[in-house]
Design a binder for this molecule. Sequence first.
Ligand SMILES: Cc1cc2nc3c(=O)[nH]c(=O)nc-3n(C[C@H](O)[C@H](O)[C@H](O)COP(=O)(O)OP(=O)(O)OC[C@H]3O[C@@H](n4cnc5c(N)ncnc54)[C@H](O)[C@@H]3O)c2cc1C
Ligand code: SF4
Length: 558
Amino acid sequence: MSQESILPPRESMHYDVVIVGAGPAGLAAAIRLKSLNSDISVVVVEKGSTIGAHILSGAVIDPIGLDQLAPDWRSDPECPLKTRVATDQFYYLTKTRGVRLPNWAMPRLMSNHGNFIGSLGGIVRWLGARAEALGVEIYAGFAATELLYGDKREVVGIATGDMGVGRDGHPKTGFTRGMELFGKYILLAEGARGSLSKRAIARYGLDSVSGQQKYGIGLKELWQVSDNVFSSGLVQHTFGWPLSKGASGGSFLYHYGDRLVSVGFVVHLNYENPTLSPFDEFQRFKTHPLVRDTFVGGKRIAYGARVIASGGWQSAPKLVFPGGALIGCSAGFVNLARIKGSHNAILSGILAAEKACQALAEGRTNDELNDYESSWRDSVIGRDLYNVRNVKPLWSRFGLVPGVGLGGLDMWTNELFKSSIFGTLKHGKPDSDTLRPLSEVTPIVYPKPDSVLTFDKPSSVYLSNTNHEEDQPIHLRLHDPDIPIRDNLPRFGEPSRLYCPAGVYEVVYANAAGDGDPRFVINAQNCVHCKTCDIKDPAKNIEWVPPEGGGGPNYPDM
Ligand SMILES: Cc1cc2nc3c(=O)[nH]c(=O)nc-3n(C[C@H](O)[C@H](O)[C@H](O)COP(=O)(O)OP(=O)(O)OC[C@H]3O[C@@H](n4cnc5c(N)ncnc54)[C@H](O)[C@@H]3O)c2cc1C
Ligand code: SF4
Protein backbone atom coordinates (compact mmCIF):
# COMPACT_ATOMS: atom_id res chain seq x y z
CA MET A 1 0.00 0.00 0.00
CA SER A 2 1.43 3.41 -0.93
CA GLN A 3 2.27 6.00 1.71
CA GLU A 4 -0.26 8.37 0.10
CA SER A 5 -3.15 5.90 0.40
CA ILE A 6 -2.72 5.42 4.16
CA LEU A 7 -2.56 9.15 4.93
CA PRO A 8 -5.73 11.00 5.97
CA PRO A 9 -7.36 12.95 3.13
CA ARG A 10 -6.38 16.61 2.76
CA GLU A 11 -8.82 19.32 3.71
CA SER A 12 -9.72 21.65 0.90
CA MET A 13 -10.72 25.26 0.40
CA HIS A 14 -12.09 27.01 -2.68
CA TYR A 15 -11.19 30.45 -4.01
CA ASP A 16 -11.59 32.39 -7.21
CA VAL A 17 -7.84 32.90 -7.60
CA VAL A 18 -4.98 31.02 -5.94
CA ILE A 19 -1.54 32.66 -6.10
CA VAL A 20 1.71 30.83 -5.37
CA GLY A 21 4.40 33.17 -4.02
CA ALA A 22 4.20 36.44 -2.09
CA GLY A 23 6.83 38.31 -4.06
CA PRO A 24 6.15 41.53 -5.97
CA ALA A 25 4.40 39.64 -8.81
CA GLY A 26 2.07 37.59 -6.61
CA LEU A 27 1.16 40.45 -4.30
CA ALA A 28 0.62 42.87 -7.20
CA ALA A 29 -1.79 40.37 -8.77
CA ALA A 30 -3.62 39.91 -5.46
CA ILE A 31 -3.93 43.65 -4.86
CA ARG A 32 -5.13 44.36 -8.40
CA LEU A 33 -7.74 41.59 -8.27
CA LYS A 34 -9.20 42.87 -5.00
CA SER A 35 -9.06 46.49 -6.15
CA LEU A 36 -10.98 45.63 -9.31
CA ASN A 37 -13.61 43.55 -7.53
CA SER A 38 -13.62 43.14 -3.77
CA ASP A 39 -15.94 40.10 -4.08
CA ILE A 40 -13.24 38.02 -5.77
CA SER A 41 -11.72 35.63 -3.22
CA VAL A 42 -7.94 35.52 -3.40
CA VAL A 43 -5.42 33.44 -1.46
CA VAL A 44 -1.61 33.67 -1.57
CA VAL A 45 0.68 30.92 -0.26
CA GLU A 46 4.29 31.71 0.59
CA LYS A 47 6.98 29.18 1.53
CA GLY A 48 9.03 31.66 3.59
CA SER A 49 8.28 31.78 7.32
CA THR A 50 7.02 35.36 6.86
CA ILE A 51 6.35 37.57 3.87
CA GLY A 52 9.74 38.75 2.57
CA ALA A 53 11.78 36.06 4.34
CA HIS A 54 12.88 34.56 0.99
CA ILE A 55 13.08 37.77 -1.01
CA LEU A 56 16.53 38.81 -2.20
CA SER A 57 17.12 41.55 -4.73
CA GLY A 58 19.39 44.60 -5.34
CA ALA A 59 17.37 46.71 -5.31
CA VAL A 60 17.16 49.74 -7.52
CA ILE A 61 13.49 49.95 -8.37
CA ASP A 62 12.01 51.47 -11.50
CA PRO A 63 8.78 52.90 -10.02
CA ILE A 64 6.72 52.34 -13.17
CA GLY A 65 5.06 49.26 -11.63
CA LEU A 66 4.36 50.79 -8.23
CA ASP A 67 2.96 53.92 -9.89
CA GLN A 68 0.30 51.73 -11.51
CA LEU A 69 -0.34 49.46 -8.56
CA ALA A 70 -0.32 51.94 -5.68
CA PRO A 71 -0.16 55.49 -7.06
CA ASP A 72 0.01 56.92 -3.50
CA TRP A 73 3.19 54.99 -2.58
CA ARG A 74 5.42 58.09 -2.52
CA SER A 75 3.28 59.78 0.14
CA ASP A 76 2.61 56.65 2.22
CA PRO A 77 4.86 56.91 5.31
CA GLU A 78 4.73 53.10 5.66
CA CYS A 79 6.24 52.50 2.20
CA PRO A 80 9.92 51.72 2.81
CA LEU A 81 11.13 52.94 -0.59
CA LYS A 82 12.56 56.35 0.33
CA THR A 83 16.02 56.79 -1.21
CA ARG A 84 16.04 58.40 -4.65
CA VAL A 85 18.97 57.56 -6.95
CA ALA A 86 21.35 60.53 -6.84
CA THR A 87 24.50 59.35 -8.63
CA ASP A 88 24.74 56.68 -11.29
CA GLN A 89 28.18 55.21 -12.13
CA PHE A 90 29.33 52.39 -14.39
CA TYR A 91 32.90 51.04 -14.35
CA TYR A 92 35.05 48.56 -16.17
CA LEU A 93 37.47 46.98 -13.67
CA THR A 94 40.98 45.76 -14.25
CA LYS A 95 42.74 44.13 -11.30
CA THR A 96 43.96 47.47 -9.96
CA ARG A 97 41.93 50.16 -11.70
CA GLY A 98 38.37 51.22 -12.36
CA VAL A 99 37.69 52.91 -15.69
CA ARG A 100 34.50 54.96 -15.53
CA LEU A 101 32.24 54.86 -18.59
CA PRO A 102 30.77 58.32 -19.15
CA ASN A 103 27.00 58.54 -18.55
CA TRP A 104 26.45 60.22 -21.93
CA ALA A 105 27.79 57.11 -23.68
CA MET A 106 25.27 54.85 -21.97
CA PRO A 107 21.97 54.03 -23.72
CA ARG A 108 19.13 56.03 -22.12
CA LEU A 109 17.38 52.91 -20.88
CA MET A 110 20.38 52.18 -18.64
CA SER A 111 19.94 55.43 -16.74
CA ASN A 112 18.78 55.15 -13.15
CA HIS A 113 17.54 58.72 -13.04
CA GLY A 114 14.10 58.70 -11.36
CA ASN A 115 14.60 55.26 -9.78
CA PHE A 116 14.63 54.44 -6.06
CA ILE A 117 16.84 52.27 -3.87
CA GLY A 118 15.49 50.03 -1.15
CA SER A 119 14.98 46.52 0.11
CA LEU A 120 12.58 44.43 -1.97
CA GLY A 121 11.93 42.37 1.17
CA GLY A 122 10.71 45.53 2.92
CA ILE A 123 8.56 46.46 -0.08
CA VAL A 124 6.79 43.09 -0.21
CA ARG A 125 6.06 43.30 3.53
CA TRP A 126 4.40 46.63 2.88
CA LEU A 127 2.55 45.24 -0.16
CA GLY A 128 1.49 42.23 1.91
CA ALA A 129 -0.10 44.49 4.54
CA ARG A 130 -1.94 46.37 1.78
CA ALA A 131 -3.19 43.11 0.26
CA GLU A 132 -4.44 41.86 3.63
CA ALA A 133 -6.22 45.15 4.26
CA LEU A 134 -8.09 44.56 0.98
CA GLY A 135 -9.15 41.09 2.17
CA VAL A 136 -6.53 38.88 0.52
CA GLU A 137 -5.76 35.77 2.60
CA ILE A 138 -2.00 35.22 2.84
CA TYR A 139 -0.57 32.02 4.30
CA ALA A 140 3.15 32.36 4.96
CA GLY A 141 5.07 29.25 5.99
CA PHE A 142 3.27 27.03 3.46
CA ALA A 143 5.02 25.68 0.39
CA ALA A 144 2.94 24.76 -2.64
CA THR A 145 4.23 21.34 -3.61
CA GLU A 146 1.73 20.00 -6.13
CA LEU A 147 -0.44 21.22 -8.96
CA LEU A 148 -3.90 19.64 -8.88
CA TYR A 149 -5.48 18.71 -12.19
CA GLY A 150 -9.05 18.39 -13.41
CA ASP A 151 -10.57 15.93 -15.90
CA LYS A 152 -9.49 17.94 -18.93
CA ARG A 153 -5.79 18.18 -17.93
CA GLU A 154 -6.45 21.67 -16.64
CA VAL A 155 -4.94 22.99 -13.40
CA VAL A 156 -7.66 23.36 -10.78
CA GLY A 157 -5.63 24.06 -7.66
CA ILE A 158 -2.48 23.46 -5.65
CA ALA A 159 -1.64 21.40 -2.59
CA THR A 160 0.64 22.56 0.18
CA GLY A 161 3.22 20.13 1.54
CA ASP A 162 2.65 17.88 4.53
CA MET A 163 4.40 19.01 7.72
CA GLY A 164 6.05 16.62 10.15
CA VAL A 165 7.38 13.99 7.74
CA GLY A 166 10.61 12.30 8.88
CA ARG A 167 13.80 11.83 6.83
CA ASP A 168 12.56 8.30 6.00
CA GLY A 169 9.39 9.70 4.41
CA HIS A 170 7.10 8.52 7.22
CA PRO A 171 4.86 10.74 9.37
CA LYS A 172 6.35 11.56 12.79
CA THR A 173 4.90 13.17 15.92
CA GLY A 174 3.16 16.42 15.05
CA PHE A 175 2.42 15.32 11.47
CA THR A 176 -0.02 17.65 9.71
CA ARG A 177 -1.50 16.95 6.31
CA GLY A 178 -1.17 19.64 3.63
CA MET A 179 -4.17 21.56 2.31
CA GLU A 180 -5.76 21.55 -1.12
CA LEU A 181 -6.54 25.05 -2.37
CA PHE A 182 -8.79 25.05 -5.43
CA GLY A 183 -9.17 28.08 -7.68
CA LYS A 184 -10.81 29.11 -10.91
CA TYR A 185 -7.40 30.46 -11.91
CA ILE A 186 -3.98 29.64 -10.46
CA LEU A 187 -1.24 32.24 -10.84
CA LEU A 188 2.33 30.97 -10.40
CA ALA A 189 4.49 33.77 -8.97
CA GLU A 190 7.36 31.68 -7.60
CA GLY A 191 10.19 33.80 -8.96
CA ALA A 192 13.10 32.47 -11.02
CA ARG A 193 13.13 28.67 -11.54
CA GLY A 194 9.92 28.09 -9.61
CA SER A 195 9.37 24.41 -8.87
CA LEU A 196 5.68 24.28 -9.83
CA SER A 197 6.31 26.64 -12.74
CA LYS A 198 8.95 24.21 -14.00
CA ARG A 199 6.38 21.42 -13.87
CA ALA A 200 3.72 23.48 -15.63
CA ILE A 201 6.22 24.46 -18.34
CA ALA A 202 7.13 20.80 -18.90
CA ARG A 203 3.57 19.42 -18.74
CA TYR A 204 2.10 21.93 -21.18
CA GLY A 205 5.24 22.34 -23.34
CA LEU A 206 5.19 26.08 -22.66
CA ASP A 207 8.82 26.48 -23.75
CA SER A 208 8.44 24.53 -26.99
CA VAL A 209 8.59 27.68 -29.09
CA SER A 210 10.82 29.91 -26.93
CA GLY A 211 14.56 29.57 -26.43
CA GLN A 212 15.66 27.95 -23.18
CA GLN A 213 15.77 30.15 -20.08
CA LYS A 214 19.20 31.47 -19.04
CA TYR A 215 20.25 32.35 -15.50
CA GLY A 216 22.82 34.08 -13.37
CA ILE A 217 23.53 33.50 -9.70
CA GLY A 218 23.29 36.69 -7.68
CA LEU A 219 25.05 36.90 -4.31
CA LYS A 220 24.39 39.78 -2.00
CA GLU A 221 25.54 41.23 1.32
CA LEU A 222 23.99 44.06 3.25
CA TRP A 223 26.44 46.32 5.12
CA GLN A 224 26.08 49.23 7.46
CA VAL A 225 29.02 51.48 6.64
CA SER A 226 30.83 54.42 8.23
CA ASP A 227 29.48 57.95 7.83
CA ASN A 228 32.52 59.12 5.89
CA VAL A 229 32.04 56.62 3.04
CA PHE A 230 28.25 56.67 2.86
CA SER A 231 26.81 58.53 -0.10
CA SER A 232 23.01 58.36 -0.07
CA GLY A 233 21.58 57.48 -3.49
CA LEU A 234 24.85 56.30 -5.03
CA VAL A 235 24.42 53.51 -7.57
CA GLN A 236 27.56 51.81 -8.88
CA HIS A 237 27.79 48.94 -11.38
CA THR A 238 30.96 47.23 -12.59
CA PHE A 239 32.00 44.53 -15.04
CA GLY A 240 35.40 42.95 -15.68
CA TRP A 241 37.67 41.89 -12.81
CA PRO A 242 37.65 39.50 -10.96
CA LEU A 243 35.93 37.44 -13.69
CA SER A 244 38.18 36.22 -16.45
CA LYS A 245 37.75 34.55 -19.85
CA GLY A 246 34.84 32.12 -20.08
CA ALA A 247 32.78 33.88 -17.40
CA SER A 248 30.69 37.03 -17.41
CA GLY A 249 28.72 39.05 -14.92
CA GLY A 250 29.27 42.07 -12.76
CA SER A 251 28.69 43.82 -9.49
CA PHE A 252 26.20 46.24 -7.98
CA LEU A 253 26.63 48.55 -5.03
CA TYR A 254 23.77 50.73 -3.78
CA HIS A 255 23.81 53.26 -0.90
CA TYR A 256 20.46 53.85 0.80
CA GLY A 257 18.58 54.23 4.08
CA ASP A 258 20.53 54.61 7.29
CA ARG A 259 24.13 54.12 6.03
CA LEU A 260 23.14 50.87 4.32
CA VAL A 261 25.09 49.52 1.37
CA SER A 262 23.69 46.67 -0.67
CA VAL A 263 26.59 45.02 -2.46
CA GLY A 264 26.25 42.08 -4.78
CA PHE A 265 27.76 40.13 -7.61
CA VAL A 266 26.08 38.28 -10.47
CA VAL A 267 27.86 35.45 -12.31
CA HIS A 268 26.10 34.20 -15.42
CA LEU A 269 25.58 30.47 -15.12
CA ASN A 270 26.96 29.78 -18.58
CA TYR A 271 30.50 30.03 -17.14
CA GLU A 272 32.92 27.37 -18.38
CA ASN A 273 35.54 26.71 -15.72
CA PRO A 274 34.25 24.15 -13.17
CA THR A 275 36.72 25.44 -10.56
CA LEU A 276 35.03 28.87 -10.56
CA SER A 277 33.26 29.68 -7.30
CA PRO A 278 30.73 32.53 -7.63
CA PHE A 279 30.87 33.04 -3.85
CA ASP A 280 34.65 33.54 -3.89
CA GLU A 281 34.51 35.80 -6.95
CA PHE A 282 32.12 37.99 -4.96
CA GLN A 283 34.43 38.01 -1.95
CA ARG A 284 37.39 38.97 -4.16
CA PHE A 285 35.42 41.76 -5.80
CA LYS A 286 35.07 43.54 -2.44
CA THR A 287 38.85 43.87 -2.22
CA HIS A 288 39.14 45.97 -5.39
CA PRO A 289 40.66 49.44 -4.76
CA LEU A 290 37.51 51.09 -6.19
CA VAL A 291 35.23 49.64 -3.51
CA ARG A 292 37.26 48.23 -0.61
CA ASP A 293 37.21 51.44 1.46
CA THR A 294 33.41 51.34 1.46
CA PHE A 295 33.55 48.35 3.80
CA VAL A 296 36.46 49.27 6.05
CA GLY A 297 35.04 50.02 9.50
CA GLY A 298 31.59 48.81 8.42
CA LYS A 299 29.51 45.87 9.61
CA ARG A 300 28.17 43.06 7.46
CA ILE A 301 24.54 42.56 8.45
CA ALA A 302 23.13 39.98 6.05
CA TYR A 303 24.08 37.55 3.30
CA GLY A 304 22.13 35.56 0.72
CA ALA A 305 21.93 34.34 -2.85
CA ARG A 306 19.28 33.73 -5.49
CA VAL A 307 19.28 32.99 -9.19
CA ILE A 308 18.17 35.69 -11.57
CA ALA A 309 16.44 34.85 -14.85
CA SER A 310 18.39 36.37 -17.71
CA GLY A 311 17.04 34.99 -21.00
CA GLY A 312 14.63 37.89 -21.45
CA TRP A 313 12.50 38.37 -24.59
CA GLN A 314 13.63 35.20 -26.45
CA SER A 315 13.31 32.92 -23.44
CA ALA A 316 9.86 33.88 -22.17
CA PRO A 317 7.76 30.72 -22.46
CA LYS A 318 4.09 30.69 -23.35
CA LEU A 319 2.64 32.25 -20.21
CA VAL A 320 -0.74 30.58 -20.04
CA PHE A 321 -1.90 27.02 -19.57
CA PRO A 322 -5.39 25.64 -18.91
CA GLY A 323 -6.35 27.01 -15.50
CA GLY A 324 -3.50 29.41 -14.87
CA ALA A 325 -0.56 31.56 -15.84
CA LEU A 326 3.06 32.38 -15.06
CA ILE A 327 3.80 35.89 -13.78
CA GLY A 328 6.93 37.79 -12.74
CA CYS A 329 10.20 35.89 -12.75
CA SER A 330 8.35 32.58 -13.10
CA ALA A 331 7.94 33.91 -16.64
CA GLY A 332 11.52 35.31 -16.68
CA PHE A 333 10.64 39.02 -16.94
CA VAL A 334 14.07 40.43 -16.02
CA ASN A 335 15.79 43.14 -18.01
CA LEU A 336 19.32 41.83 -17.53
CA ALA A 337 21.13 44.86 -18.93
CA ARG A 338 19.42 46.99 -16.26
CA ILE A 339 19.50 44.17 -13.62
CA LYS A 340 15.87 44.92 -12.96
CA GLY A 341 12.84 42.70 -12.83
CA SER A 342 10.71 43.84 -9.94
CA HIS A 343 8.90 46.49 -12.02
CA ASN A 344 7.99 43.84 -14.62
CA ALA A 345 7.00 41.43 -11.86
CA ILE A 346 4.50 44.01 -10.61
CA LEU A 347 3.32 44.94 -14.11
CA SER A 348 2.79 41.30 -15.11
CA GLY A 349 0.89 40.67 -11.86
CA ILE A 350 -1.37 43.59 -12.72
CA LEU A 351 -1.85 42.45 -16.31
CA ALA A 352 -2.68 38.85 -15.39
CA ALA A 353 -5.03 40.02 -12.63
CA GLU A 354 -6.94 42.22 -15.08
CA LYS A 355 -7.34 39.35 -17.53
CA ALA A 356 -8.38 36.92 -14.78
CA CYS A 357 -10.89 39.43 -13.42
CA GLN A 358 -12.38 39.84 -16.90
CA ALA A 359 -12.58 36.06 -17.36
CA LEU A 360 -14.32 35.64 -13.99
CA ALA A 361 -16.80 38.37 -14.89
CA GLU A 362 -17.62 36.40 -18.04
CA GLY A 363 -18.27 33.31 -15.93
CA ARG A 364 -15.24 31.48 -17.27
CA THR A 365 -13.19 29.09 -15.17
CA ASN A 366 -9.95 27.07 -15.47
CA ASP A 367 -9.39 27.90 -19.13
CA GLU A 368 -6.45 29.74 -20.74
CA LEU A 369 -6.09 33.47 -20.11
CA ASN A 370 -5.20 34.02 -23.74
CA ASP A 371 -5.59 37.79 -23.51
CA TYR A 372 -2.69 37.86 -21.04
CA GLU A 373 -0.52 35.88 -23.43
CA SER A 374 -1.40 37.99 -26.44
CA SER A 375 -0.93 41.35 -24.74
CA TRP A 376 2.36 41.21 -22.84
CA ARG A 377 4.75 41.59 -25.79
CA ASP A 378 3.07 44.87 -26.83
CA SER A 379 2.90 46.11 -23.25
CA VAL A 380 5.51 48.08 -21.28
CA ILE A 381 7.02 44.73 -20.21
CA GLY A 382 7.57 43.61 -23.80
CA ARG A 383 9.07 46.94 -24.84
CA ASP A 384 11.41 46.86 -21.84
CA LEU A 385 12.71 43.39 -22.74
CA TYR A 386 12.76 43.79 -26.52
CA ASN A 387 15.32 46.62 -26.56
CA VAL A 388 17.89 44.56 -24.64
CA ARG A 389 17.21 41.17 -26.24
CA ASN A 390 20.65 40.85 -27.84
CA VAL A 391 22.75 42.00 -24.89
CA LYS A 392 23.17 38.61 -23.24
CA PRO A 393 23.76 36.64 -26.49
CA LEU A 394 26.39 39.22 -27.51
CA TRP A 395 28.17 38.93 -24.14
CA SER A 396 28.17 35.14 -24.49
CA ARG A 397 29.44 35.14 -28.09
CA PHE A 398 32.07 37.84 -28.01
CA GLY A 399 33.31 37.76 -24.41
CA LEU A 400 33.13 40.48 -21.82
CA VAL A 401 34.68 43.62 -23.27
CA PRO A 402 33.72 43.35 -26.99
CA GLY A 403 30.37 41.85 -25.93
CA VAL A 404 29.55 44.74 -23.61
CA GLY A 405 30.57 47.23 -26.35
CA LEU A 406 28.40 45.52 -28.98
CA GLY A 407 25.57 45.14 -26.48
CA GLY A 408 25.72 48.90 -25.81
CA LEU A 409 25.69 49.65 -29.53
CA ASP A 410 22.74 47.32 -30.01
CA MET A 411 20.77 49.04 -27.24
CA TRP A 412 21.47 52.41 -28.88
CA THR A 413 20.25 51.25 -32.30
CA ASN A 414 17.16 49.68 -30.77
CA GLU A 415 16.43 52.87 -28.91
CA LEU A 416 17.07 55.24 -31.85
CA PHE A 417 15.94 53.20 -34.85
CA LYS A 418 13.65 50.63 -33.21
CA SER A 419 15.62 47.83 -34.85
CA SER A 420 18.89 45.96 -34.57
CA ILE A 421 21.51 44.98 -37.11
CA PHE A 422 21.59 41.61 -35.34
CA GLY A 423 17.84 40.96 -35.57
CA THR A 424 17.05 38.74 -32.59
CA LEU A 425 19.96 36.56 -31.57
CA LYS A 426 19.50 33.14 -30.03
CA HIS A 427 21.00 32.19 -26.68
CA GLY A 428 23.71 29.54 -26.61
CA LYS A 429 23.66 26.19 -24.84
CA PRO A 430 21.66 25.56 -21.65
CA ASP A 431 23.62 26.64 -18.56
CA SER A 432 24.02 22.99 -17.50
CA ASP A 433 26.00 22.23 -20.67
CA THR A 434 28.71 24.90 -20.65
CA LEU A 435 31.31 23.48 -18.23
CA ARG A 436 34.57 22.30 -19.70
CA PRO A 437 36.32 19.26 -18.23
CA LEU A 438 39.01 19.86 -15.59
CA SER A 439 41.64 18.67 -18.05
CA GLU A 440 40.93 21.66 -20.32
CA VAL A 441 41.00 24.50 -17.77
CA THR A 442 43.42 26.26 -15.46
CA PRO A 443 42.18 25.78 -11.89
CA ILE A 444 41.20 29.01 -10.14
CA VAL A 445 42.79 29.45 -6.73
CA TYR A 446 41.09 31.84 -4.33
CA PRO A 447 42.76 33.71 -1.46
CA LYS A 448 41.78 32.81 2.11
CA PRO A 449 39.12 35.09 3.64
CA ASP A 450 40.39 37.77 6.02
CA SER A 451 37.09 37.92 8.04
CA VAL A 452 37.14 41.70 7.67
CA LEU A 453 36.21 42.31 4.05
CA THR A 454 36.04 38.72 2.88
CA PHE A 455 34.40 35.75 4.56
CA ASP A 456 33.85 32.01 4.32
CA LYS A 457 30.59 30.29 3.50
CA PRO A 458 29.64 29.06 7.01
CA SER A 459 29.85 32.54 8.59
CA SER A 460 27.93 33.93 5.61
CA VAL A 461 25.14 31.35 5.75
CA TYR A 462 24.85 32.16 9.45
CA LEU A 463 23.89 35.72 8.43
CA SER A 464 21.10 34.41 6.18
CA ASN A 465 19.34 33.00 9.30
CA THR A 466 18.69 29.81 7.38
CA ASN A 467 16.81 27.17 9.24
CA HIS A 468 15.25 23.86 8.22
CA GLU A 469 13.74 21.10 10.27
CA GLU A 470 16.56 18.53 10.01
CA ASP A 471 14.42 15.41 10.25
CA GLN A 472 12.62 15.74 6.92
CA PRO A 473 13.16 14.21 3.48
CA ILE A 474 16.10 15.84 1.66
CA HIS A 475 14.65 18.46 -0.67
CA LEU A 476 17.62 18.27 -3.07
CA ARG A 477 16.79 15.13 -4.99
CA LEU A 478 19.35 13.24 -7.03
CA HIS A 479 17.84 11.38 -9.96
CA ASP A 480 20.87 9.07 -9.85
CA PRO A 481 22.81 9.10 -6.55
CA ASP A 482 25.95 7.72 -8.19
CA ILE A 483 26.49 10.55 -10.68
CA PRO A 484 28.25 13.05 -8.37
CA ILE A 485 31.13 10.70 -7.49
CA ARG A 486 31.16 8.44 -10.53
CA ASP A 487 30.84 11.06 -13.29
CA ASN A 488 31.00 14.63 -12.00
CA LEU A 489 33.98 14.24 -9.67
CA PRO A 490 36.56 12.93 -12.16
CA ARG A 491 35.34 15.08 -15.04
CA PHE A 492 34.51 18.38 -13.34
CA GLY A 493 35.72 18.07 -9.73
CA GLU A 494 32.02 17.92 -8.68
CA PRO A 495 31.27 21.61 -9.27
CA SER A 496 28.32 21.82 -6.84
CA ARG A 497 30.93 22.18 -4.05
CA LEU A 498 31.84 25.49 -5.63
CA TYR A 499 28.71 26.88 -7.27
CA CYS A 500 26.47 26.30 -4.24
CA PRO A 501 26.66 29.59 -2.30
CA ALA A 502 25.74 27.89 0.97
CA GLY A 503 28.18 24.98 1.16
CA VAL A 504 25.38 22.44 0.92
CA TYR A 505 27.35 19.98 -1.20
CA GLU A 506 30.59 18.36 -0.08
CA VAL A 507 32.81 15.53 -1.23
CA VAL A 508 34.31 13.96 1.87
CA TYR A 509 37.10 11.43 2.32
CA ALA A 510 38.02 9.19 5.23
CA ASN A 511 40.78 11.61 6.28
CA ALA A 512 42.15 15.06 5.45
CA ALA A 513 44.80 13.58 3.15
CA GLY A 514 42.00 12.55 0.81
CA ASP A 515 42.39 8.81 1.42
CA GLY A 516 39.61 6.31 1.00
CA ASP A 517 36.51 6.38 -1.13
CA PRO A 518 34.96 9.78 -1.68
CA ARG A 519 31.40 10.31 -0.46
CA PHE A 520 28.91 12.92 -1.66
CA VAL A 521 27.27 14.73 1.26
CA ILE A 522 24.22 17.02 1.07
CA ASN A 523 23.85 19.43 4.01
CA ALA A 524 20.29 20.28 3.00
CA GLN A 525 19.63 22.31 6.14
CA ASN A 526 21.98 25.06 4.85
CA CYS A 527 20.12 25.61 1.58
CA VAL A 528 19.21 29.25 0.91
CA HIS A 529 16.78 28.28 -1.90
CA CYS A 530 18.80 29.99 -4.63
CA LYS A 531 18.03 27.14 -7.14
CA THR A 532 21.51 27.17 -8.75
CA CYS A 533 21.97 23.40 -8.40
CA ASP A 534 18.68 22.76 -10.20
CA ILE A 535 20.15 24.64 -13.19
CA LYS A 536 23.94 24.19 -13.28
CA ASP A 537 24.51 20.50 -12.52
CA PRO A 538 26.22 19.18 -15.69
CA ALA A 539 24.19 15.96 -15.55
CA LYS A 540 20.88 17.75 -14.77
CA ASN A 541 20.77 15.31 -11.90
CA ILE A 542 19.70 17.60 -9.05
CA GLU A 543 16.09 18.57 -8.57
CA TRP A 544 15.18 21.24 -6.03
CA VAL A 545 11.75 20.58 -4.48
CA PRO A 546 10.20 22.71 -1.73
CA PRO A 547 11.14 21.57 1.76
CA GLU A 548 8.71 21.85 4.68
CA GLY A 549 7.01 25.28 4.61
CA GLY A 550 8.71 27.95 6.71
CA GLY A 551 12.18 26.43 6.17
CA GLY A 552 14.98 28.26 4.37
CA PRO A 553 16.50 31.68 4.82
CA ASN A 554 15.00 34.34 7.04
CA TYR A 555 16.30 37.42 5.30
CA PRO A 556 15.81 40.53 7.38
CA ASP A 557 15.50 43.09 4.58
CA MET A 558 17.16 41.78 1.43
C1 LIG B 1 21.01 39.49 -6.80
C2 LIG B 1 19.80 40.09 -7.46
C3 LIG B 1 19.73 41.46 -7.66
C4 LIG B 1 18.61 42.02 -8.26
N1 LIG B 1 18.55 43.39 -8.37
C5 LIG B 1 17.42 43.96 -8.84
C6 LIG B 1 17.28 45.38 -8.81
O1 LIG B 1 18.17 46.10 -8.37
N2 LIG B 1 16.13 45.89 -9.29
C7 LIG B 1 15.10 45.10 -9.75
O2 LIG B 1 14.07 45.65 -10.17
N3 LIG B 1 15.22 43.76 -9.80
C8 LIG B 1 16.34 43.17 -9.33
N4 LIG B 1 16.44 41.80 -9.31
C9 LIG B 1 15.36 40.99 -9.88
C10 LIG B 1 14.14 40.97 -8.94
O3 LIG B 1 14.54 40.62 -7.65
C11 LIG B 1 13.10 39.99 -9.46
O4 LIG B 1 12.79 40.35 -10.78
C12 LIG B 1 11.85 39.99 -8.62
O5 LIG B 1 12.14 39.65 -7.29
C13 LIG B 1 10.83 39.00 -9.20
O6 LIG B 1 9.68 39.02 -8.42
P1 LIG B 1 8.73 37.74 -8.34
O7 LIG B 1 7.58 38.13 -7.51
O8 LIG B 1 8.49 37.23 -9.70
O9 LIG B 1 9.62 36.62 -7.62
P2 LIG B 1 10.35 36.62 -6.22
O10 LIG B 1 10.71 37.98 -5.80
O11 LIG B 1 11.44 35.63 -6.33
O12 LIG B 1 9.26 36.07 -5.21
C14 LIG B 1 8.79 34.76 -5.29
C15 LIG B 1 8.17 34.38 -3.96
O13 LIG B 1 7.50 33.12 -4.13
C16 LIG B 1 7.84 32.26 -3.07
N5 LIG B 1 7.72 30.89 -3.56
C17 LIG B 1 8.46 30.32 -4.54
N6 LIG B 1 8.04 29.06 -4.76
C18 LIG B 1 7.03 28.82 -3.89
C19 LIG B 1 6.21 27.68 -3.63
N7 LIG B 1 6.31 26.57 -4.36
N8 LIG B 1 5.29 27.77 -2.64
C20 LIG B 1 5.15 28.93 -1.92
N9 LIG B 1 5.92 30.02 -2.12
C21 LIG B 1 6.83 29.97 -3.11
C22 LIG B 1 9.25 32.66 -2.70
O14 LIG B 1 9.58 32.26 -1.39
C23 LIG B 1 9.20 34.18 -2.86
O15 LIG B 1 8.79 34.81 -1.69
C24 LIG B 1 17.55 41.19 -8.72
C25 LIG B 1 17.61 39.81 -8.52
C26 LIG B 1 18.71 39.26 -7.89
C27 LIG B 1 18.77 37.77 -7.67
S1 SF4 C 1 21.57 23.54 -2.43
FE1 SF4 C 1 21.08 24.37 -4.43
S2 SF4 C 1 19.36 25.76 -4.04
FE2 SF4 C 1 20.28 25.33 -2.07
S3 SF4 C 1 21.75 26.97 -1.75
FE3 SF4 C 1 22.89 25.31 -2.72
S4 SF4 C 1 22.80 25.68 -4.92
FE4 SF4 C 1 21.25 26.98 -3.91
